[in-house]
Design a protein around this ligand. Structure first.
Ligand code: GDP
Ligand code: IMO
Ligand code: MG
Length: 429
């Protein structure tokens, strides 16, 4: 049975959580491999909405193992909060949750640094969760990691060093309040006893599952255009959001990834700063935002809306080696007279098939559009491809052609079951 990667093909919030939750029906485990609680993944089951930030979207299914790989930056308080909420609803989560000892921890000074930087001229509209500073500590080889929670003496000493180090930057450079070491210690080590039993070898677990022929979903956070290398740098997150990160961030070999689904909305959204070539500053943009309820699941900020961008999608296909697309929120386009798709960028007199690297060059790009007829009949809630309005099917076909990818999944509503599965990722090739 395959290892399947589900990742965001745009700027995040594509509906990854919904798709992962749906597919866990046939999965044995779900693994997160990058990002942290900057993610907000919405699951709607029987009308009940659950937003997960750190827990894998297999959390709602009894018996599905939930793995948090080494590539994820973990805020222990947030983890416990999410576990607690699901336990209140009767989920047996602890028995099936495993957190890698190699996960860097998000500590109180990370959020303080994030906030301090966002007050400056180089603000990029982060989620304020301390993600960037936590990954900086990882790369600088000074992070405290989940496994360190099991060695309290060592943890206490290292935390003091880290607090002193970061407080210097907070006070002297950013003129911000320092983080009290005692508070940081209480918030982290105080919680350690509640997570100690959850810490274990995720890589070994995944290899074991592979050997047993089990199916695993690797759940991406954010989206490919927020990737630290290939995204719209510097307006990106601080991790690799691409398919290869699933291997590195969970602890398996790249040849053990069998299928990669790029999830994309039928239009485009972005939250935070940075270029977005197809952004609409008109009534249609507002309409998409209203109909799509486009407010961030983590920060509540309104999302910027625009047309589907096939150019950006091609970069995702290339960098992630996508097997297929999952197109979500098709229903939000219902009733529009015409719908545009960006097929190329006009940049300094040339037509580009792929986005240029870097935010400055991308900001200079003008979208070249193709216009398609919309559809009057609703697509919301439809679960069979043949039942979609003809023009909605045509739209999907055109998206598929322009991205040179099959559309294997179509989502027509927030509810788990409002989905068309053209080809199931776990189906044999
Ligand atoms: P994620 O971060 O990729 O998991 O996506 P979010 O949960 O942040 O944002 C997606 C939003 O769209 C959530 O509110 C979902 O409930 C909702 N959603 C997902 N699929 C569909 C769909 O097909 N139609 C509609 N109308 N809403 C959807
Ligand atoms: P999910 O998993 C959408 C954006 C922020 C900001 C940039 C950097 O729900 O799709 P960070 O806090 O990561 O340092 O912020 O990335 N961002 C997201 N946008 N969905 C997300 O996650 C995001 N996580 C971060 O808005 O522009
Ligand atoms: Mg989200």
């Amino acid at each position: 049975m395959p290892n399947v990667v589900i990742l965001g093909a745009q700027w995040g919030d594509e509906g990854k959580g919904k798709i992962v939750d749906l597919l866990t029906e046939r999965a044995d485990a779900v693994a997160r491999f990058q990002g942290g609680h900057n993610a907000g993944h919405t699951l709607v089951v029987g009308g009940q909405k659950t937003v997960l930030h750190l827990l894998p979207s297999g959390a709602l299914r009894d018996g599905v193992e939930c793995l948090i790989g080494n590539g994820v930056v973990v805020h222990i308080g947030q983890l416990l909060k999410e576990i607690g909420k699901l336990e209140e609803r009767g989920a047996d989560l602890r028995a099936r949750l495993l957190v890698s000892p190699a996960c860097p921890l998000i500590l109180p000074h990370h959020a303080a640094l994030d906030a301090a930087r966002e007050r400056g001229p180089s603000a990029i509209g982060t989620t304020g969760r301390g993600i960037g500073p936590a990954y900086e500590d990882k790369a600088a080889r000074r992070a405290l990691r989940a496994g360190d929670l099991l060695r309290p003496k060592h943890f206490t000493a290292r935390l003091k060093e880290l607090c002193d180090y970061h407080n210097r930057a907070l006070q002297d450079f950013y003129e911000a309040e320092p983080v009290a070491y005692e508070d940081a210690l209480e918030q982290t080590l105080g919680q350690a006893k509640h997570v100690a039993e959850l810490i274990g070898d995720v890589s070994a677990k995944l290899c074991e599952l592979r050997a047993q022929n089990k199916s695993v979903l690797f759940e991406g956070a954010q989206g490919m255009l927020l990737d630290i290398d290939h995204g719209t740098y510097p307006f990106v997150t601080s991790s690799n959001t691409t398919a290869a990160a699933a291997a590195a961030g969970a602890g398996i070999g790249p040849l053990d990834l069998d299928y990669v689904l790029g999830v994309s909305k039928a239009y485009a959204t972005r939250v935070g700063a940075g270029p977005m070539p197809t952004e609409l500053h008109d009534q249609t943009g507002e309409l998409l935002g209203e109909r799509g309820a486009e407010f961030g699941a983590t920060t509540g900020r309104p999302r910027r809306c625009g047309w589907f961008d096939a150019v950006a999608l091609r970069r995702c296909r290339q960098v992630c080696g996508l097997s297929a697309l999952g197109v979500t929120k098709l229903d939000v386009l219902d009733g529009l007279d015409t719908i545009k798709i960006c097929t190329a960028y006009r940049h300094r007199g040339a037509n580009l098939e792929l986005p240029p690297y870097g935010a400055e060059a991308l900001a200079e790009c003008e979208p070249v559009y193709e216009e398609l007829d919309g559809w009057a009949q609703p697509s919301g809630g439809i679960r069979e491809l043949e039942k979609l309005p003809e023009n909605a099917r045509r739209y999907l076909e055109r998206v598929s052609e322009l991205c040179d990818l099959p559309v294997d999944i179509v989502s027509t509503g927030a509810e788990r079951s409002d989905t068309i599965t053209v080809k199931h990722p776990f189906a044999p090739a």
